[in-house]
Ligand binder design. Structure first.
Ligand code: ADP
Ligand code: MG
Length: 463
């Protein structure tokens, strides 16, 4: 039997408590954009239903904040097992009830699968990035053994550990793998925090603007292990570098472990303050180079096994031969090949394989939609698409906005008036200016070029 639905005011109260808890744990702009207009529609028999104002907010909240919301619901109402999300007004009460009954039986199974993919909101680590699934070859051996040493001697042996290497070679996987390993060996007792340099920068800017410097300290100095990804993006950002310098020192003095990744060694980050550079050089520096053929083959096999799918070894060999510098690209191609094989229900031949490889490597983002570009840019900078196309002239929005205009032009060959109208109904001269500016800056700043490469790679992930 259905249990009685609680009074509306109970729901409001419950949700209000959940929100005030979440508000403390995510940035103000994110909270206002994504959660302020949410509503708890139902909370019965261990399952809760949350309504969001539109589909995009629903997807975003579902992927980014589900664990946080579930955790918070549970801490308030211990019986909550599932949280689901719908678009406000999209379901009648009867449909809600039916949906709940139907999904209940499969929920446990589904939640298990999803949770495996979800980023842990406490550590920001992706549980998929483990050292068990990390293939070691001579190209990354040094970095891997340094990682092992850090795991055995957290904070005391190599501090900081600085890993560098090109795009898609496994830096993020490795440094997150260290974090996951330290967590699991310590029974989740050691406090680990993973952060991208973009997120760190945004947090610092936000704290400065809102006079909440304490927030930065609380977030980043109360950890045992701080992992910061793609530190090259701190280049030229003075305020952020200064804050990072203090964070670094506070942690280092207390033997807290710091793990850093970068696309190049500290000495080559042009606009990095000298004092930070020498701190980085005071630890262990290890590089990851391009994987040799055998390693690429092994990685491809491992990825297939992880997904529980099979491809002929000849096909895998072909992929490993063709794609030499980017492991992420190997994965993208494998996904397409597997998809193709399943759709057409027959093994792939080498001509088809070559064609698919060429498609992925040549023009990975050319069939994207403007919306995908906007989503990819927003996600990269960890801002909302609304802020991206919005009116604010804050530095943290202006750069992403200009980059998205540049990408709409470059990837989709859109006209300037179209670009301008898509990005917040602006004047076409704004689009011309933005595209010129970004194009000019790419030549001057390798960081910008790097960001654009990374965003382009991501565009197809956004449906
Ligand atoms: P980077 O941060 O250097 O750009 P990532 O860590 O994001 O690269 O790696 C790109 C993809 O390749 C990820 O999906 C990752 O799991 C995979 N990958 C990279 N290196 C390895 C490895 N040695 N073994 C298994 N998978 C790897
Ligand atoms: Mg990375």
């Amino acid at each position: 039997m259905e249990s009685q639905a609680p009074e509306v005011s109970d729901l409001e109260q419950l949700w209000g408590t959940v929100l005030s808890d979440i508000e403390l744990r995510i940035s103000k702009p994110n909270f206002l954009t994504w959660l302020k207009n949410s509503r708890l529609i139902e909370s019965t028999e261990g399952s809760a239903l949350v309504a969001l104002p539109n589909n995009f907010a629903k997807e975003w909240v579902e992927t980014k904040y589900h664990k946080l919301i579930l955790g918070s619901m549970r801490s308030i109402n211990g019986t909550t097992k599932h949280v689901e999300y719908i678009v406000e007004g999209s379901l009648s009460q009867r449909a809600i009830n039916r949906r709940r009954r139907e999904t209940r039986e499969h929920q446990d199974e589904k939640q298990l699968v999803f949770q495996e993919m979800r980023v842990d909101p406490e550590t920001n680590l992706n549980p998929r990035h483990t050292l068990e699934t990390f293939v070691v070859g001579s190209f990354n051996e040094l970095a891997f053994s340094a990682a092992q040493a850090v795991i055995e001697n957290v904070g005391t042996k190599y501090n900081p550990l600085f890993i560098y290497g090109g795009v898609g070679l496994g830096k993020t996987h490795l440094i997150q793998g260290i974090g996951n390993e330290i967590r699991s060996r310590s029974d989740n007792k050691v406090g680990v925090k993973y952060v991208s340099s973009e997120k760190f920068t945004n947090d610092v800017l936000w704290a400065i603007r809102n006079r909440r410097a304490e927030d930065i300290k609380n977030t980043y100095r109360n950890v045992d292990v701080l992992i910061i990804d793609d530190i090259q993006f701190l280049g030229g950002k003075e305020k952020t570098q200064e804050e990072f310098f203090h964070t670094f020192n506070a942690l280092h003095q207390n033997n807290k472990q710091i793990i850093i990744s970068s696309d190049r060694p500290p000495a080559s980050i042009a606009t990095l303050e000298e004092r930070l550079r020498s701190r980085f050089e005071g630890g262990m520096i290890a590089d990851i180079s391009a994987p040799e053929f055998e390693a690429r083959f092994a990685i491809a096999k491992a990825k297939l096994q992880e997904r529980g799918v099979e491809l002929d070894d000849k096909i895998v060999e072909l992929v490993a031969k063709r794609v030499q510098r980017n492991i992420r690209e190997i994965e993208g191609i494998l996904n397409k090949l597997v998809f193709h094989q399943i759709t057409y229900k027959r093994p792939l031949d080498s001509a088809t394989t070559e064609k698919i490889i060429a498609e992925v490597t040549d023009k990975s983002a050319s069939r994207a939609t403007p919306n995908q570009v906007i989503k990819a840019v927003s996600a990269f900078f960890e801002i909302s698409p609304n802020d991206l196309i919005g009116r604010s002239r804050n530095k943290e929005y202006v750069e992403p906005r200009q980059i998205s205009m540049y990408l709409l032009r470059e990837l989709l060959s859109m006209s300037y008036p179209d670009i301008a109208s898509r990005i917040g109904k602006r004047d076409h001269t704004t689009a011309i200016y933005a595209c010129k500016k970004v194009a000019g800056n790419i030549d001057k700043s390798p960081d910008l070029g790097q960001k654009i490469v990374l965003i382009k790679e991501d565009v197809n992930k956004f449906g």
